[in-house]
Design a protein around this ligand. Sequence first.
Ligand SMILES: Cc1cc2nc3c(=O)[nH]c(=O)nc-3n(C[C@H](O)[C@H](O)[C@H](O)COP(=O)(O)OP(=O)(O)OC[C@H]3O[C@@H](n4cnc5c(N)ncnc54)[C@H](O)[C@@H]3O)c2cc1C
Length: 388
Amino acid sequence: MKTQTSQQHIAIAGAGLLGRLLAWRLRLLGHEITLFESGKLQPESNSVRAAAFTAAGMIAPLSEAVVSDANVYRMGQFALQRWPQWLKDLPQRDLPKNNLRQNISPKSNLPNNNTELFFAKGSLLVAHPQDESELQQFENELNFVVPECRNYQWLSGHEIQTLEPDLHSHFMRGLLLQEEGHLHNREFLQQLGDELIRLNISIRENTSVETEPHTIRTHSGSEKFDLVIDCRGLGAKTQLKELRGVRGETLHVETNEIHLQRPVRLMHPRYQLYVVPKPNNRFIIGATQIESEDRSAVTLQSSLELGSALYTLSPAFAEARIIEMDTNLRPAFMDNLPKIFCNPGLIVANGLFRHGYLLAPAVVEQVLTQVKQDQTILFPDLLQTSLL
Ligand SMILES: Cc1cc2nc3c(=O)[nH]c(=O)nc-3n(C[C@H](O)[C@H](O)[C@H](O)COP(=O)(O)OP(=O)(O)OC[C@H]3O[C@@H](n4cnc5c(N)ncnc54)[C@H](O)[C@@H]3O)c2cc1C
């Protein structure tokens, strides 16, 4: 088949993570884009919004391979290369400072420009002394799923303190996973939203749509396009019967008593929780994973588990202020792996589950090859021949 290079008018349904990224990358390739979003491009925190805004922004191929498979690891490695390359295409911009608190520490982790939206500093796994077997179990599982992976390192208590001096001193063993990173995802989504406007993408907010080959249906009628790309996340559930939502809850706290350079995961026999540093002395603590499509507020039990895990990472978190509690649903298929369905005139990309930022680069680049009608198959497991 010939490579399709001509400009197309492409409709994208959903301006969450995949929709925004695809609109951006396709516009840079010269296509005319109309982006439909049922909510707003920059949604309020109390509105139903993309899972992308709730995510912690970890890009964790090793940690996620252990709970999925080696393909996730390989796609995650690809993401660690792709994110910094993509971010070079986003105009540099200072992030807004949080004016709510006057006493911003000089050690604030506020990024200055887009190169500082993404960090490749690895992540740290720790366990309380009585739970250290969890670390060994993690290493065993990692070696089983990704035998070729050697890019991690055992740490002593002293080495943990050297890397992250503000953590509790009782952690005697840890694992540094060098091949992991994190992204300041809300700031990225906001900046990318602004960039889509600057690139003259036609953005239709507050417009809930259904998709068909070459067609977008809204409450007021239907519109034709050369191609439709459906990135509605859980909003596509009516058309993708196997899609389900998996509830996740997070806490956001603010404190200038603690500074972390990288995400820290606390390994525990009953749960694994993480804390991810964010701009303006903020931290996200997450996340629960509950088989439920209930979007209601964070439960007392979850807030206690998340809060106490945080406190045991460092007692200095005791004085942190809880500034937000967030709940959202991860869009997932039965195997918890993403899929791209390709039909003439309609591409559907969905099922990123808890791996949105980790796997979006692989999904986006594979969709781009489909749009170009290029025969290259970058990630064969992503491609499905037809809709469910
Ligand atoms: C608590 C939590 C923590 C997470 N942490 C991480 C993490 O650390 N790292 C990571 O890689 N991933 C993480 N994720 C997963 C990540 O957020 C998702 O995988 C990702 O956001 C999915 O991207 P998406 O574009 O498919 O869907 P979404 O980001 O949900 O976007 C879908 C968009 O479509 C819109 N839409 C829906 N229906 C319609 C309609 N009918 N018409 C028009 N628009 C519509 C929605 O409003 C939304 O804007 C986390 C998720 C949760 C919930």
